[in-house]
Each structure stands twice: as C-alpha cells, then as structure tokens.
Design a protein around this ligand. Sequence first.
Ligand SMILES: [Cu+2]
Length: 296
Amino acid sequence: MRFASTTARRARDFRAGFFHMSFWLASLVAGAAQADGYPQPGQIGLQEAVTPIAEEMHVFHNWILLPIIIAISVFVLGLLAYVIFRFNENANPTPSRTTHNSTLEVIWTVLPVMILVVIAIPSFRLLTHQIVVPQADVTVKVTGKQWYWTYNYPQDQGGGFEFDSYMVPQDSLKPGDIRLLSVDNEAVVPVGKIVRLQVTAADVIHSFTIPSFGIRIDAVPGRLNETWFKAEREGVYYGQCSKLCGQDHAYMPISIRVVSAEDYAAWLVEASKKFASTGAAPVHFADNTAPRLERR
Ligand SMILES: [Cu+2]
C-alpha cells in the first residue's frame, strides 16, 4: 500500500518536473516573452532583449551554447548507460585488457578543441561588437557611488547638468513603481540612437548592469570605462549594481527610460532647469528604511 502511494507520488513528481522542463524549453524557443525591462516572478530564461547586442547574446546562448551543452550531456549520458549495461560483470565476464587506442585518443583530444573553436568564433565576434563603441549620438557619464548613481549629461549635447538617482524607499512606492528597482530620477535616452556610456566610480568598485540592454561594465574609481547600447523599443529598463560594494549594494538600482526623440528633447529642456536650478546637489543620504539582512 505504502509502496503504491510512493510510486504514485514519484510519477506525479516526474510529470511535474517534465512539465516544468517542457515549459522552460518552450519559453526558450519562443524567445523572451517578457515584455518588461525587469525580471518577473517565476521567470526562467533571459530578460527581454531590446538592443542588437542583447539579441546577439540571446542567439549565442539559446542557439549555440545550449544545443552544444545539451548534445554533450546527452552523449555522455548515453556512453555511461552503454558502459553500465554492456560491460557490467554479468554481460561481459572477461574484460578486455586494452590500454591504448591512438585513434580514439586523437579523437577525444581534437573533438573538444574543435567544439571550443566553434564556440570561440561567435563569442569573439560578440565581444568585439560590445567593446568597439560605434559613432555615438548621445553620451552619458555614469558614476557609481555608495549607494546611488549619478548621471551626467554633457553640455555640448544640450545637457550640462547632472543628477543623483536613488532607489524609491519601500514606504514611498507609488502605484506602478517596482519595489527595489524604481528610482527617484530616471536616466532618459532617445530610442534608436547609439548611446555611449562612460562609467566610473567615486568610492569603491560598482558595476553598471542592464540585462535587457546586454550591458554590464565595472565602475572603477580613477578609471573611465566605456560601453554602448542602442535601445530599439521605448520603455523603462532596469538593472542593479552588480559588484558587491557595501552595505546598501542591493539598494542602488538602475532605471533608464527610453523615449522618442521629441520627448527626449523636451526632457533635456526640463531637466536642465530642474537639475541646474539647485546648483550644488543637495545632500542626500542613502535610504535607511529599506529592508536588509539583520546586522549584528
Ligand atoms: Cu554598487
């Protein structure tokens, strides 16, 4: 009786596992179905890609890396099963004493090298696309600080102002805000334009990351790192500091709003007034009301 119920439960667990597996594969094949620039509860897979670089990363992951990984795993599993059934003591009472097989040894050395070369070609191509910054339409300087980001829009591009971007504390969240991701001042960029980011830090190493854009670049004090993106859809896209930078590392989100060229021009005018009028930036402390791990 007990055996029967255990078997039934195992069968049910197996079916549930199989269902999750198929769902995961289906969501991979369908591409990122997520329409928002932030992770969803229960989401499996990469966040929606909105830049050519992120698309390229998704293709590389979904259609090159995953098939190779799956093929190798299935092949090794097959070999193991074959060895277990074909060469166990009962099926093969007198084992072979063979110790070398040159052909086999050449194959198992050359084949993995060839697989790595096949992976390296698109991998280096992708790296080059990320590293070589094309002629940019807009430049934004980003400075990581404990624990917020400062965005600087240069004068020669209609900017000439900078502002700090802090996470919205939990008790100030408005409808539509996203917990731990929404900020008080979003960075704004135009859609379909090449944005060059110059990233640095003022205190410790931070890392500027936006999954939907396929960018992740370290913000290092005394060093100016460059990356770029071309957002192809309007919307708000979120990221988080991705280098452990201290107590409030988890509470310095990144929020970038991608808008039309007209809206961007209008925002520049408005932001020039808003952020220039304050002169020196007001003293602003990191949010201390956010939940965090118990400190001793
Ligand atoms: Cu940080």
